[in-house]
Design a protein around this ligand. Sequence first.
Ligand code: NAD
Length: 485
Amino acid sequence: MFTRDKLYVGGEWRKPSTGQILKVISPHTEEVVGKVPSAATEDIDAAVAAARASFDSGMWSRRSPEERIETLRRLEIAYAKRVDELAELITLEMGSPISISRMVHVPMSSMTLSAMLDVAEEYVWDERRTGFSGQEFRIRSEGVGVVAAISPWNTPQFVLMVKLAPALLAGCSIILKPSPESPLDAFVLAEILDEVGLPRGVVSILPGGRDVGQYLVAHPDVDKVAFTGSTEAGRIIGGICGQQLKRVSLELGGKSAAIVLEDADLDNLAMGLKFAGMLNSGQVCAAQTRVLAPRSMYNQVVEALVAMASNLQVGDPSSELTEIGPLVSSRQRDRVQGFIAGGVAEGALLAVGGPGQPASLASGWYVEPTIFANVSNEMTIAREEIFGPVLAVIPYDDEESAIRIANDSQYGLSGTVWTSDIERGYKIAEQVRTGTFGVNQFNTLDFKCPFGGFKSSGLGRELGREGLSSYLEIKSIAPPPAIAG
Ligand code: NAD
């Protein structure tokens, strides 16, 4: 049992203001595996006050970028010592197969830190620019202020680091609010930060539910909100930040299309979609969940995906052999099973899988890997983000209609094309309205390149230079006027 009784507030371990506890339940055994305090509004007030004071004092914000980089290089070393523990906790709290926790969740987090350190080293923090007047201006980048960062349960550690690393490198003070379903790994992150020793007030980590999150977002002393989660919550948060004219970045849901061309290698496609569609038991925002297949080879595409899904090892996430674990909660399992039942009711064909519990697993929040055929892009399973191991195969007639179907979505997070003709693949990439896109590539994310969504998939970009910029304000400093001799 993982237990902690204090919250990390402004760089200190403090007793929580109330006795509220977050009980973490294993999605595999359905038993309580962790008990940690939940933050209340008083804890948020204390964290924001500490963050505000530290930012305004300049003890971190006005240190040179080189000094901040040097401190975060120490974080890189301290982090590397706890990676095994972090992977095990992520598997325990949210049911990700242990191999995915070890090879994806935690490395993604540590590589984000390393990549953002490189970005900060290459960044021009104080540029000299000759203006239209001919005078030399200074264009200075400064931290945006106090940041509220809110993360979901599906990639808990990675999303915290995606916000923490650039915010600290920019000189911001930050309050992280992890999701109540997966708070355990965040306590270890707080222990690592404590060891590194940032100035008082600069970092707080306060897990809690949606009310706590919304209180933090609306807090008048918060300058910027960095949110990752559902589009539904993103709209509410965007509304609050718009009203208060707060800086905001939103990383939201997706319903990405994998466009299969007639010349695609189907073995490569099936292997690619095993990751791009089913990774993390399908709980990935950038998952390629609409597979667009040409009518001429529709059946072959369905067969290749059915073979892939049928061979997936579903079960205990602590087993090294497991490829698909349980979903994070009974609520999420019910939601995904509801979508599957709804797909059948709307007339889609279940090619493999279905709405029931996998026969070999009596307990745990499992869903069978499911492939739907005969799907039209108007069906609910093609329009809504399901967030489980469910793919819908949609037929198309020609390239133009494939691009039209790919773009016929409220979302625009990611997409892929599968073809032997790479130039044709790049031309299609230019026409699909998404923030990332891959040609025969299941992974559309690189830590030094921007990541984010078009349309209802979000606002702004994380990672890379663009990700660092979103934690910076830009100031132009004019020189004194030239004195006429
Ligand atoms: P969620 O929106 O329910 O919750 C996400 C976080 O926001 C949690 O910490 C929650 O407590 C908090 N929250 C919820 N409502 C809030 C509000 N009104 N004000 C402040 N905080 C609030 O999402 P979830 O179910 O935890 O996560 C799954 C969703 O996250 C999916 O839609 C997925 O696509 C999305 N996601 C997006 C990305 C991306 O980079 N685009 C990455 C991972 C997950």
